[in-house]
Design a protein around this ligand. Structure first.
Ligand code: DX5
Ligand code: ZN
Length: 218
């Protein structure tokens, strides 16, 4: 399966967001991961649709994945689709009916994806696999960047890959060259990395190093 590397904008220098979006684009990464936090679903606030439209304005061809860490993502799907979200990721733990909202994401012109937290069993997403293109397996407790990868999540990735051989499996949280290898060996094919990528002066080399690690696992 194709491997994708996605810098997480949460780890960017927010004092120069436009330049950071361009730096991520020029690094050769495949897409941008944009974390939206509502201070209710997670104990942190980040940014909203204006930042998604900023990303579209600054680098129109840089694909935008929007990870909604929100209790009621259903109330904001159209707002984010209109702002330029191309994949919209909603949590299985959110307070809405995913049987309704995942198809609605597609109707809004975006790719639907489902996310699960580290403590949520993988079986929780099984009823929705036919209506989403991607599953994002959180490998940290959502809310903050720079946390340590939860290795207990690896068997969930393997179980999902066995159940859905063709689906895109993304991992998010604590990804570096070492944990990337573990995640890809378990069956992941899309890697989000925040602090590991934005923390390097030469992001292009860091993206290349992750690609090399992934190639060695395939
Ligand atoms: C955490 C976010 C992640 C975060 C990852 O709630 O969903 O996308 O930015 O950051 P790192 O790669 O630093 O763990
Ligand atoms: Zn995220």
């Amino acid at each position: 399966m194709d491997i994708q590397i996605l810098p997480s904008l949460l780890a960017a220098d927010h004092g120069m967001l436009a330049a950071e979006i361009s730096r991520a684009f020029r690094s050769g990464a495949d897409a941008l991961h944009i974390d939206v936090m509502d201070a209710h679903f997670v104990p942190n606030l980040s940014y909203g649709p204006d930042v998604v439209s900023l990303c579209r304005r600054v680098e129109p061809s840089f694909y935008r994945h929007v990870h909604l860490m929100m209790t009621r993502p259903d109330l904001y799907l159209k707002v984010f689709a209109d702002a330029g979200a191309q994949t919209i990721q909603i949590h299985v733990e959110a307070d809405c009916d995913l049987h309704v909202e995942l198809p609605r994401i597609r109707e809004l012109g975006a790719r639907p994806a489902i996310v699960l937290n580290p403590e949520t069993p993988i079986e929780a997403v099984f009823p929705y696999l036919a209506m989403c293109d991607e599953v994002l397996v959180m490998t940290v407790h959502p809310g903050y960047g720079g946390q340590t990868f939860v290795t207990d999540c690896l068997p969930k990735i393997a179980a999902l890959r066995a159940r859905a051989p063709r689906i895109d499996i993304m991992v998010d949280g604590g990804i570096n060259a070492s944990t990337a290898l573990d995640a890809v060996r378990a069956g992941a094919n899309r890697l989000v990395a925040g602090s590991f990528l934005f923390g390097q002066a030469d992001m292009a080399s860091a993206v290349s190093s992750l690609r090399a690690v992934c190639a060695s696992a395939c």
